[in-house]
Design a protein around this ligand. Structure first.
Ligand code: ZN
Length: 434
């Protein structure tokens, strides 16, 4: 008998012995009574009542936002027994969470022998119950609003749906998770849905959770037609880059969002950029990589520059090139590498070519202006040091857009804060893959 055959027989023998010696641990699904109580914005309370064939000793609640891949896993103390009634209060009062978030949840129990029992999965919406929400949607997008009639809701829905179809085509990606747009009627309704924060925050996107919360009053048609495609661009962009580990630069994300707004950007914006270039005010490429800061003048410029670079990139490298960049970013390469592979140049070259060919100015002598801060630039102040009143309203054709931009800065700051908080939250409670 060959040695390998002997080894195989021995292995099978050991496996058989082990299977006899070790008790198998069952995983059983139990039908349970699951309930939630909405005490928005203070807390969402989860309750469960279940009967099991053995004595249960441990309980955990699992929940996740509709558009998230990852489960929050929360240990819940129980009195051991075969009949369990348990409760977990998710205290949300001090968290920046999107109102009307849709969550999937279930419970898991364990007995002393290590057998596990899971309940059925259920859904809950953590609604801002102060308002009577209407909704319209499909498998890709849901619009929620309370200010305005059905026709207004339909107009928002159609704007969103067109934007999604165009973006999926443009980015070569499909939405894996449905997205949600929550429209508040005015600033005070909007702000009261969140913990106290700066007055001038006018909208918040939560790409990780597939939801954006905006102020869109009934009949604000022009504004709605800009803000919805802009926000949807961020949400689709986030899902399109699901396999990318590196965060893409802000100029790319915000520039694309502006590029995807309907409207007549073009000569007026380019002439503003040429003026800024002539006055030596253009921001360096490095200033367009992350948070655009809180100085309204600089923020405006950062957004128009981002739009200008994306507009140039798409004219130069084509929409196919744009799709290749997204695909390359998903291969987990840097933005420079993705650009190089898709279009044959890196960010610094793109920036220099954009300055020369679109604005007719020579790039600064240092590479892409990296070491030459523009005369008006100031260090990025944290959101706390931002003005507490409305920023100076921008003027000109681009004004509503620039307001979005200022919002975008808030979104980025808040998102950074939120991501940090959530990361801590997940780690503390043991992030568990479904
Ligand atoms: Zn934005």
């Amino acid at each position: 008998m060959r040695l390998s055959k002997i080894a195989l027989i021995l292995l099978l023998g050991v496996a058989t012995l082990l299977s006899v010696a070790m008790p198998t641990r069952a995983q059983t699904e139990l039908q349970a009574t699951l309930e939630t109580e909405n005490d928005f914005p203070r807390a969402l309370i989860f309750r469960v009542e279940v009967d099991a064939p053995t004595t249960l000793t441990e309980a955990r609640l699992y929940f996740r936002p509709e558009a998230s891949e990852f489960w929050n896993s929360i240990p819940v103390t129980i009195e051991p027994g075969a009949h369990i009634e348990a409760e977990y209060e998710w205290f949300t009062k001090n968290q920046v969470l999107p109102p009307n978030l849709k969550l999937e949840y279930y419970w898991r129990f364990r007995d002393a022998e290590g057998n596990t029992y899971t309940t059925q999965h259920e859904w809950v919406e953590y609604l801002d119950i102060r308002f009577d929400w209407k909704r319209l949607g499909d498998e890709k997008v849901t619009i929620m609003w309370y200010d305005g009639d059905e026709a207004w809701g339909r107009a928002m829905y159609e704007t969103a749906r067109q934007a999604i179809d165009a973006l999926e085509q443009e980015l070569g990606a499909t939405l894996d998770h449905p997205i949600r747009i929550v429209a508040y009627a005015n600033g005070s309704d909007f702000r009261s849905a969140f913990p106290p924060q700066q007055d001038w925050i006018g909208g918040q996107a939560f790409p990780d959770m597939g939801i954006t919360v905006q102020i869109i009053g009934a009949g604000e048609y022009d504004w709605m037609q800009r803000v919805i495609p802009h926000e949807i661009s961020h949400l689709v962009f986030h899902q399109a880059l699901k396999d990318a580990l590196a965060t893409p630069p802000a100029w790319f994300n915000e520039g694309l969002a502006m590029y995807n707004e309907p409207g007549d950007f073009g000569e007026e914006e380019r002439s503003r950029l040429r003026n800024a270039a002539k006055n030596g005010e253009l921001l360096s490429l490095s200033r367009l990589q992350g948070n655009f800061g809180a100085d309204s003048h600089e923020v405006n410029l950062a957004y128009i520059q981002s739009w200008g670079m994306v507009d140039f990139l798409i004219r130069d490298c084509g929409k196919d090139g744009l799709r290749r960049i997204i695909a390359e970013l998903n291969n987990d390469v840097t933005m420079d590498e993705a650009l190089q592979r898709a279009c044959g140049y890196d960010q610094a070259t793109l920036y220099e070519r954009w300055l020369r060919e679109d604005l007719g100015v020579e790039p600064p002598t240092s590479p892409a202006g990296e070491s030459e801060p523009s005369p008006t630039s100031t260090p990025n102040p944290p959101p706390e040091s931002a003005p507490s009143s409305e920023p100076e309203p921008p003027t000109g054709l681009i004004s509503p857009l620039l307001l979005t931009c200022i919002w975008g800065v808030c979104c980025l700051s808040i998102l950074a804060f939120l991501s940090f908080t959530l990361a801590i939250f997940f780690w503390r409670r043991g992030r568990t893959q479904a």
